[in-house]
Ligand binder design. Structure first.
Ligand code: FAD
Length: 360
């Protein structure tokens, strides 16, 4: 089969890329190994408000257009984030956001891509590259551009000789029923070594999870997770586990006719593991760059220059803050101390991808 663009993965990155490069003049094929797009949900489902996104990514533009999300895909809204220290000291930071129904959200993004003209094949896997031809479970595909939007374990990256995100932290998540205050809770300390545990409220229930640095974990992830769930005293269903890139963007996101987007490119905020906004912002840039390359002869490498212009600094600052946090995370005492020193203001900067101190 021959196509103009082959997109591997129909998550937020792949669907956004497809949406902005598809059209009558280009044959865009998107494939995903999942038989149901968006399921299982391996995500906290939190999406910052567009106003917060402009603060986090000041060079981004037209976010209202990209994030015009129908109300029925919003499972809840929150007004603030409580950062809770190992001794239960709470630092409340105002922060507007929504909890998505991610199972439906990913389908919605894929639908936008199909409406723009892309073709979607589910239950179809990319297997590797051989002589520039993509081997897939649908057969061999010859494409002018191949997009790796296949998440943190990107097979596309490896087969194109590009790097995958070096550090990937495991995170366990589940759905809980009950009534929860419309405030995000982030718990730090030994209940989530090197990461944090969260409660992200929905109108009915919450998304609950724990993300951690595997090198600091002294027990099984399931034990760590059960301890947190028992502490909250809630029941849990739909438990899943996923990986969160934690080492910042990979060095190169374009090689020949292959580009990487979203988690595959390490497009995740290292301080909080948030990747949905960046996957979509980078996806839109990727889609437009591919279109310009195929219809106007612009270099494909423009994609890398453009995403770096918008996202590189916030992602670098976020990584810097995470690395600073690593110095304190190993013990509860040091975590407590660090949170006291940073205070509400420093912590609020950290969750917005900024350096925690103005001077550093
Ligand atoms: C537990 C957890 C909680 C998180 N919480 C949040 C949060 O609250 N807010 C937030 O912003 N971010 C969160 N993230 C991060 C966020 O989920 C990701 O950054 C985001 O999904 C990235 O989108 P993506 O399209 O790059 O990758 P993905 O959403 O992972 O999509 C990749 C797609 O590629 C497909 N695929 C993989 N390999 C192949 C193959 N070989 N062939 C075909 N298809 C393939 C997969 O099936 C998948 O559908 C969380 C992550 C985890 C693991």
């Amino acid at each position: 089969m021959e196509v103009d663009v082959l997109i591997v993965g129909a998550g937020p990155a792949g669907s956004s890329t497809a949406r902005y490069c598809a059209g009558k003049d280009l044959d865009v094929l998107m494939l995903d190994r999942r038989s149901e797009i968006g399921y299982p949900v391996q995500c906290g489902e939190f999406l910052p408000d567009v106003k917060e996104m402009y603060t986090m990514f000041p060079r981004s533009m037209d976010l209202e257009e990209l994030f015009a999300i129908p109300e029925e895909l919003i499972a809840g809204r929150s007004e603030a984030v409580d950062l809770v220290s190992p001794r239960n000291r709470t630092y409340r930071c105002e922060f507007l956001g929504a909890t998505l129904d991610r199972r439906a959200f990913d389908k919605y993004l894929a639908k936008l891509a199909v409406e723009a003209g892309a073709r979607l094949e589910t239950g179809a896997s990319f297997l590797g590259l051989k002589g520039g031809i993509a081997r897939t479970t649908l057969g061999d595909v010859k494409a002018k551009v191949i997009v790796g939007a296949d998440g943190p374990n990107s097979r596309t990256a490896v087969s194109a000789g590009l790097s995958r995100p070096e550090m990937r932290y495991p995170a366990v998540t589940c759905q809980a029923d009950g009534d929860f205050e419309p405030v995000i809770k982030m718990y730090f300390g030994s209940m989530a070594p090197g990461g944090y545990a969260w409660v992200i409220p929905k109108r009915k229930g919450a998304n609950i999870g724990v993300g951690f640095n595997p090198r600091l974990l002294k027990e099984r992830p399931s034990e760590l997770f059960s301890r947190f769930v028992s502490k909250l005293g809630v029941g849990c269903r739909d438990v899943t586990m996923g990986l969160v890139p934690q080492s910042g963007p990979v060095k190169r996101t374009v090689s020949g006719n292959v580009i990487l987007v979203g988690d595959a490119a390490g497009h995740v905020m290292a301080t909080n593991g948030g990747g949905i906004p960046i996957a979509m912002i980078a996806g839109r840039i990727a889609g437009r760059s591919i279109r310009d390359s195929l219809t106007k002869g612009a270099p494909l490498a423009e994609y890398e220059r453009l995403w770096k212009h918008v996202l590189a600094k916030p992602l670098a600052d976020s990584l810097w803050t995470r690395k600073l946090g690593d110095l304190f995370f190993p013990t509860d005492r040091r975590t407590e101390f660090a949170m006291t020193v940073l205070g509400k203001r420093g912590l609020a900067r950290a969750i917005r991808c900024r350096r925690v101190f103005y001077v550093l």
